[in-house]
Design a protein around this ligand. Structure first.
Ligand code: ADP
Ligand code: ASP
Ligand code: MG
Length: 817
């Protein structure tokens, strides 16, 4: 004999009910069966709404009843022809009339007692089972419809009644002894008390009814038919790549369901566990899937962690005070007070200092808890021995569950490291001595990120999803997106990184798509789907923080000072920042330092390799030298692709101004070329290198011997070109003077013993920098280890492609924290 329970979605409409019929028909081929049904999907919620509306005096309750009636009539019509309906239409009409009468009473009295609410809720299951039974009858499938209120006996704790097992088991046995029908249909969730008044078993309680029947009848299996193919490693609505759990122990299943896995109602397991009746969770919409088997032994699967769950809307109660230390009885009184107020405590922690006790309860009981506990400790609070109860809302409990956890060390370490790396603050921790469950309390808006990170940590086979937001879709930004698109397969296969660009913004528009923007054609998507950027980059940062996705990386490919202001906020949320923008690292020392410290404090990365020498590994080389204990004594560098290009190409055949313009057209210059020509950009770069080498320098400390006539730096960019044209003879003179001595011109940055300078120099053919061509950059590091001959990094130091590649490399570095 089997008990089959079908949930709300399985009987949600006529089409689904047909599927249930098929499953049941198959089951009775070889078994006696009891079918337990929930109300049609969303009906219980709708009935609660009807009751509450009537209680408020809201006339709409009548229209809402009509909707419920229509839904049931529509399903019945689709399932049954009028002549085969077996009086079910009359049945529906009569029940709906009863419901109306009760609700009119509630409406008149403006009073909805828990007892009346249970009566109202019972109509959901009564109607669904009657319609189902009528459908079976129309197909000539013999069955007996039984009112569950004659089977399941409870106390009178309406809305969440406790089962009287002795009476219930006796009633069930007696009833079934007197019936030899092969198929019974009954309701889940509803029961009655000793006075035959309708009660309910708590939301989701149909599963429990199934278990009660299965245990009383010694069924060989309890099948829970729902809309997912079994119990998953996490809530499939929160995590996309959940895995199905094939087999799970009763205890693990109990922990998972207690801590939020809605697929099975927690009390369900107890009755069947005692009789070792397995529970099989099956999918009505994919009946051939194996589903999940809940049983005593789970020798097959040896995962350490079985699943991750969470419960929302939690309040944290803290009772604190020095008057508690060493005095027995405080916790007893605290929990007695909560128990008397009928408040269930979900989690408890107390540190060994005994200075505070912390308990988690459902948020809806917070006010009652506060009144009850402050009442209990009124005297102690008055004399200052303890503080009034502190109640904090907006929390969730996150739990990691697995029988095998106890045999493995390091699980909690891994858990907390994963949460910490995402900037998730842990408010409290509890682990039972059974070591089957580690629970933490975290802010509710961190739950999705936390569950996903932990799932990735414990179940993902090493694949990690990286969420990238790119601001600035100019020349470099576009190249970067093209490279990301081209490399995505490689990253997935070789680095196990699934890099998703979830946001794009330029100065006008912002596009956000949590599922990942299709990089093939991002420009039209940004233009068509992107929202007009009404506000600032601050709004974008707010959006990223609000979305709170794991492994987030913010990429700044602008030259905008406003964007930099968002970095601290992002880093504090463990969002790594990859900056092509040089403003942050070359701003005031304090600001640069603060950003680096914030990144470290919140386990985020703040990377800006492309600030110096575009894609060349200059900052990373410097960091590696420093980290391995070397000391940077001197740096000599050609750091401006633009200036190098200009002085390499300026040979007198064309004007200096024309040569600079060519550098800009070819994309080597900063958006404003004066930043290059004035030496400011080079000064910023040597400043950044000096800082990374451990020196506390400001921009004003860099000696900058400018070579441009002052008038060139006034007015607009066009004025700048015109003015240079006017001074052609001056530039020519610089060139000729160098040539006369067989020297060439190079713009060189030097850092020596704590001092930095930038300026135009004439160098001979033997100089390290003599053979730099095109847009090359070169950096010579003189260190304790590289004392006589410097470590040299050299190569193209400008251009969109190499810069984008450098940003790309930083993204990958940030992803692999
Ligand atoms: P029914 O109406 O059939 O009783 P429920 O809605 O009560 O169905 O439970 C099934 C739902 O539970 C699934 O659709 C899924 O969204 C949710 N759920 C939450 N956690 C889990 C989990 N760990 N495994 C499977 N489903 C889960
Ligand atoms: N219909 C009830 C509810 O929605 C019981 C159940 O579906 O299990 O809570
Ligand atoms: Mg359910």
């Amino acid at each position: 004999m089997k008990v089959l329970k079908f949930g709300g979605s399985s009987v949600g409409n006529a089409e689904n009910i047909e599927k249930v019929v098929e499953i049941v028909v198959k089951a009775i081929e070889s078994n006696f069966c009891v079918v337990v049904l929930s109300a049609m999907q969303a009906t219980t919620d709708a009935l609660i709404d009807v009751g509450k509306s009537a209680e408020r005096g809201d006339d709409n309750f009548r229209a809402k009843i009509k909707e419920i009636e229509n839904r049931h009539l529509a399903a019945t019509r689709a399932l049954l022809a009028e002549n085969t309906s077996d009086g079910v239409f009359d049945f529906i009409e009569n029940r709906i009339n009863e419901l109306k009468s009760i609700c009119e009473g509630v409406y008149l009295l403006r009073e909805l007692s828990p007892r009346t609410l249970d009566r109202i809720l019972s109509f959901g299951e009564i109607l669904s089972t009657k319609i189902f039974a009528a459908k079976l009858n129309s197909l000539k499938i013999e069955n007996v419809w039984k009112d569950a209120r004659g089977l399941v006996r409870t106390d009178s704790n309406f809305n969440s009644a406790a089962v009287d097992f002795a009476r219930t088991n006796a009633q069930i046995k007696e009833y079934f002894r007197g019936s030899n029908a092969k198929l019974h249909v009954t309701q889940g969730f509803i029961a009655s008390d000793a006075n035959n008044i309708t009660t309910t078993l708590g939301r989701g309680g149909s599963d429990y009814t199934g278990a009660i029947l299965a245990a009383a009848l010694d069924a060989k299996v309890l099948e829970i038919w729902t809309d997912v193919s079994g119990m998953m490693t996490a809530d499939p609505r929160v995590v996309r790549n959940v895995r199905r759990i094939q087999r799970i122990s009763y205890r693990e299943a109990m922990e998972l369901s207690h801590f939020g896995a809605k697929v099975i109602y927690p009390p369900t397991i107890q009755p069947v566990l005692q009789k070792s009746i397995p529970i099989s969770i099956k999918n009505t919409f994919a009946p051939d899937d194996f589903g999940t088997l809940i049983e005593t032994e789970t020798s097959v699967e040896k995962d350490i962690i079985r699943g991750i769950t969470s419960i929302d809307r939690i309040s944290v109660l803290s009772l604190e005070g020095s008057g508690m230390v060493g005095i027995p009885g405080f916790s007893k009184r605290l929990f007695d007070a909560l128990s008397k107020a009928k408040i269930n405590v979900i989690l408890i922690t107390q540190s060994s200092s005994e200075h505070s006790i912390c308990a988690a309860i459902e948020e809806r009981f917070a006010e009652t808890a506060k009144a009850a506990v402050d009442g209990e400790f009124q005297y102690e609070i008055e004399v200052g021995r303890i503080e009034p109860l502190r109640v904090e809302n907006g929390f969730s409990i996150l739990a990691l569950v697995g029988d095998n956890m106890k045999a493995h060390t390091g699980v909690s370490g891994k858990m907390f490291a994963a949460l910490g790396s995402q900037g998730i603050n842990i408010h409290a921790i509890a682990q039972g001595s059974s070591e089957r469950n580690i629970s933490t309390i975290i802010a509710s808006n961190d739950v999705s990120k936390a569950v996903n990170s932990l799932h990735e940590e414990f179940f993902s086979d090493g694949n990690r999803q990286i969420n990238v937001f790119i601001v600035g879709v100019g020349t470099v930004g576009k190249k970067l997106l093209a490279q990301l698109f081209q490399q995505s397969e490689f990253l997935r296969e070789n680095l196990r990184l699934n890099v998703r660009v979830i946001g794009l913004a330029n100065s006008k528009r912002v596009l956000f798509d949590e599922e990942g923007i299709d990089l093939n054609g991002f420009e039209s998507q940004l233009a068509n789907r992107g929202a007009e950027q009404s506000s600032t980059s601050a709004a974008i940062a707010d959006l990223i923080v609000e979305k709170n996705l794991r492994n987030s990386i913010f990429v700044d490919v602008t030259a905008n000072a406003e964007v930099v202001e968002t970095y601290p906020k992002l880093l504090q949320k463990a969002v790594s920042v990859v900056a092509c923008n040089k403003i942050a690292a070359s701003s005031k020392y304090e600001k640069y330092r603060k950003l680096k410290d914030t990144a470290r404090e919140y386990n985020a990365n703040f990377l800006f390799e492309t600030n110096v020498g575009a894609g060349l590994p200059i900052i990373n080389t410097l960091n590696d030298l420093m980290q391995s204990g070397d000391k940077i004594n001197r740096i000599e560098a050609v750091l401006s692709g633009t200036l190098n290009f200009v002085f390499n190409n300026y040979d007198g055949s064309r004007s200096f101004s024309t040569t600079v313009r060519q550098a800009q057209t070819e994309g080597y210059t900063e958006p404003d070329p004066r930043l290059d020509l004035s030496g400011t950009d080079v000064a910023r770069k040597i400043l950044i290198l000096a800082r990374e080498a451990g020196y506390k320098l400001e921009m004003s400390d860099i000696e900058n011997e400018g070579f441009l006539p002052e008038s060139c730096l006034e007015g607009s960019v066009e004025d700048f070109y015109n003015e240079m044209e006017k001074h052609e003879s001056y530039f020519r003179q610089l060139l000729d003077a160098a040539r006369k001595q067989n020297l060439s011109l190079k713009y060189i940055a030097t850092f020596d013993d704590g001092k930095a300078s930038v300026g135009l120099q004439s160098i001979d053919a033997a100089h390290n920098f003599a053979n730099l061509s095109g847009k090359d950059n070169a950096v010579l590091f003189y260190t304790n280890r590289y004392a006589d001959f410097p470590l040299v990094v050299k190569g193209a130091g400008a251009g969109a492609d190499v810069t984008a590649a450098g940003v790309f490399a930083d993204i990958i570095r940030a992803a692999k924290i």
